[in-house]
Structure formats: C-alpha cells, structure tokens
Design a protein around this ligand. Sequence first.
Ligand SMILES: [Fe+2]
Ligand SMILES: [Fe+2]
Length: 216
Amino acid sequence: MTEVNNYKDTYKQLSKNIRRQLEKLDHLDIYTSRHVHSVPQIVGKICNKLGFEKSEKKFYIECAYLHDIGKIFIPSEILQKPGKLTEEEYEVMKTHTTKGEDFCNSIRALDRYSSAAGCHHENSDGSGYPYGITEVPLEAELIKVADIYDALLNKRQYKEKIEITKALEILKETLIDRHLINSNIFEALLEVILEETELTKEEYIYIVRMKQTING
Ligand SMILES: [Fe+2]
Ligand SMILES: [Fe+2]
C-alpha cells in the first residue's frame, strides 16, 4: 500500500479546515463516524488501482471525507433512528446532499468539495437524488461505489451484516447492470478486495469470476 492509503497518513494530510468538519461528524452516531472514515480509505485504494496522480487521489480522498458532511444538519432522531425511516423522514435524510453542498459552498476552502457532497447519490440514468442529473462528476462516482459497499458490509442500526459476495452482487446489480457507473471503478474495487480482504477460497473464486464478467 502506498503512503496515502495508510489511514494515519491520509488523515494527517487533511487540512485543519476539513478535520474540523470531520470532528463534527465524529460527534454524530457511531455508524456515521465510522463510515466517514472508512469511505475515503476505499476511495484511496480504488484511486491507486486506477493509476491516478497523487494530487488527484488526494482530492478524491478529501471529497470522500466530506461527502456526508450534510448529515450534521439532519436531526439526530432521524439520523440515529434504530428502525426503518418513514417516507417523510427519508425525504429529510436525503437533504444531507443539498445541505452538504450549500455548506461547502459557504466556506471558500471547502467549495471544491461541494459536488462530492451534493452529487454522491446521483445516478447517470437520472434516477438519483437530489437533482436527477445524468452527468455525475467522477468524485461522486468514486464515492458512490465505496459508499454503497461500505453501507452494505457494515451494520447500520437497522440492518444486519451481510456476506461479502452478497454485498458485491447487490452492488453489481445496482450499479453495473444498470450502467450507472464506469465499470472500471467497480473492477478496481474488486481488485482491492481480492488483494486486501481475508476471503475464503469460495469467495475468492466468486470475486475473480465476477471480475471476469465485468470487463471481459
Ligand atoms: Fe450520503
Ligand atoms: Fe455516505
């Protein structure tokens, strides 16, 4: 692993301004706090596989750290609700995108991260939120893959943990089969998992086969 992918180094490279925002997220629920530190690690590893320049990689990692910054504006009874959200609550939860985008735009040092905060739930077929755009910025696509993978694998308050192969199947059906992201990003994630995750022989074979079907 390169330096920037070591967690402590990645975190240390962040500006004081970003770290101050992260502290706010750390004070929210445990899931959100863990998630906002986990997604940048996955994004950094995907960037390595895609061969991005160091400065590009740094930017995408910073974007990933701030992608859910809008959650600081979501009422804790919704953010920390142990059960499934009602339709109304889900609508409020979805505003973490626009609130995060507005927040980034309101601080000069953070305005370059506004698309990451605003667009990471957009889909290139226009089915995402908040705007339903079809031209999804690359930072948002990178975050989306890492975001869904992390959310699937790690237990939220209301959801049990699932097997890695099941998580990848869902991710593939959600993003690849519907052509919602560049398949190279998903392939890079599979390579990272194959190299870094402790897998059973069956899981390893399953992921290798999946990788062959993506771009092969
Ligand atoms: Fe989000
Ligand atoms: Fe997220």
